[in-house]
Design a protein around this ligand. Structure first.
Ligand code: 4AD
Ligand code: MG
Length: 460
């Protein structure tokens, strides 16, 4: 007989079935029955299995069917007589695949997220992590759908790279040299003897390579792992995270903002539609305003304001900030959250930032003081998207590189795009884990990725 997933059993027809999964709880009644709650990860709900103690072979499995064990049941799917569930399976045959001794760490009580992070190999078997990973999966699927429906080409960009997209100082180096005894010329390490015969790093962004293919296929997107070696121990930063980066020829900054807004609205609406049970769980257990917030995001336009307007808003406020509010300074998380949560009470897109605080590749405005950058900022989260129109003018780009002390020779391929058939183009990057955080209401980014990598932590 073929196994049926619990998700399908709960909507399925009565009759003979096979169910396989992990025991969440077990209760034994005096009347000679055991009631097991089984979960197989296909949905939030468990299925109740009723085992009559007079079942042949019951005594051999009795001791093994404890919380955490993995079992297979043959039985009959029937309408439940008990309270709390519509359907149940009355077992006719029980097999234990893997018992779980009493030291199984996920016993009945509710565990802290800190504790669960220490058992990342088991936390997927809790309600919360099951729901997070199903929502994460739905978001990944919807991301591809959104772009595929619009004719974007999915592009894989390299993970090992020689160039720094976002500015120096926060990249992981990749090397096969002997760290205890690296080859040297004079005082310096001789990277010509390294694996790639030059210094290489893990990528911080696939954007620059994305631009190459936008200049050939018009509209592309990447969706892959990116790495930042910044020592940020916050609830919003990972050292290894996934980023979605669309890059579009012939888009100006307005087109870019339109796409970003539609993108977020689509993803939120898809999750609400396709993960209703998991989302109801988050709304009940994590944040009781979650569904209302998400509904508002789908239904209302984002507020768009320039960086200069944002500074005015902040200066007008009576709120005391830890970081200075002055034209030319970066907006800090506290500023971003104040604007989206207290002033506008909805997602905002801040654009036209001072050129000196933004990356070299962003298109310079005519005034020469600001660039066509945009950040999408969400209430309760802060920055989820960073993007811009790109500088397509060869001379201006070289000048910007020199001002930022980058060597144009190292970016000759990037400059070639401006030399041969240059075009106005734009793109952005969305932090995938921040999206999952926002949609689920989970407070810590470490709890929305299966195996978080953060400073001093790379163990399973
Ligand atoms: O704003 P960022 O640094 O932009 C770029 O990397 C551009 N090259 C993207 C582009 O235009 N193609 O990063 C983009 C997004 C941020 O808005 C944030 O959501 C996320 O990536 N992000 C992080 N997420 C988790 N942990 C970190 N350490 C992150 N750093 C950035
Ligand atoms: Mg940014």
């Amino acid at each position: 007989m073929k196994r049926t997933k619990i998700k399908d059993l709960l909507n399925g027809e009565e009759g003979n079935v096979q169910v396989k999964g992990w025991v969440r709880t077990r209760r034994d009644s005096k009347g000679g029955f055991s009631f097991l709650e089984i979960n197989d990860g296909s949905c939030l709900a468990n299925i109740q299995v009723v085992i009559d103690h007079s079942l042949p072979g019951y005594t051999t499995v009795e001791e093994q069917m404890t919380t955490g064990s993995c079992i297979a049941i043959l039985g009959k799917l029937v309408t439940s007589q008990g309270k709390g569930q519509a359907k149940e399976v009355q077992a006719t045959e029980v097999e234990v695949y893997g018992p779980a001794p009493l030291d199984y760490p996920l016993q009945k009580k509710r565990h802290s997220y800190e504790y669960l992070r220490e058992i990342a190999h088991l936390r997927g078997r809790t309600n919360t992590f099951g729901a997070v990973m199903r929502v994460r999966n739905q978001l990944a699927y919807s991301i591809h759908r959104f772009f595929q429906d619009r004719g974007f080409v999915y592009l894989n960009t390299p993970i090992v790279t020689t160039s720094d997209c976002e500015g120096a100082g926060e990249m992981f180096q990749v090397t096969t040299l002997d760290l205890a005894n690296p080859p040297r010329v004079d005082d310096k390490i001789d990277y010509s003897q390294d694996f790639f015969a030059e210094k290489t790093f893990l990528t911080v962004s696939g954007q620059l390579e994305g631009e190459i293919y936008a200049m050939a296929l018009s509209e592309v997107y990447t969706f892959g792992p990116t790495f930042r070696a910044e020592n940020s121990n916050t609830s919003r930063h990972l050292a290894e995270f996934w980023m979605v980066e669309p890059e579009m020829a012939f888009y100006d900054l307005d087109d870019n903002m339109d796409l970003a807004e539609k993108f977020i609205q689509y993803l939120v609406s898809q999750v609400m539609e396709n993960c209703a049970d998991d989302m109801a769980f988050f709304n009940q257990r994590i944040d009781t305003t979650l569904l209302e917030t998400l509904r508002n995001i789908v239904d209302n336009q984002f507020e768009r304001l320039t960086y200069t307007e944002a500074i005015h808003q902040l200066q007008k406020s009576t709120k005391v900030f830890n970081y200075p509010v002055e034209w030319g300074f970066a907006l800090q998380a506290e500023h971003e959250r104040y604007l989206s949560e207290e002033v506008f009470k909805k997602p905002i897109i801040v654009f036209n930032y001072p050129e000196q605080i933004k990356s070299f590749y962003m298109k310079l405005n005519e005034c020469g003081e600001t660039v066509r950058a945009m950040d999408v900022l969400l209430p309760n989260l802060g920055e989820i998207i960073g993007g811009s129109q790109r500088e397509e003018n060869y001379e201006v780009l070289i000048k910007r590189m020199q001002e930022k002390e980058l060597n144009p020779e190292e970016y000759s391929w990037y400059l070639d795009l401006r030399k041969f058939g240059s075009a106005p183009h734009s793109g952005f990057g969305l932090g995938f884990e921040r999206l999952v955080q926002f949609v689920t209401g989970m407070e810590n980014i470490r709890d929305v990725i299966p195996f978080p990598r953060t400073p001093r932590h790379a163990k399973f």
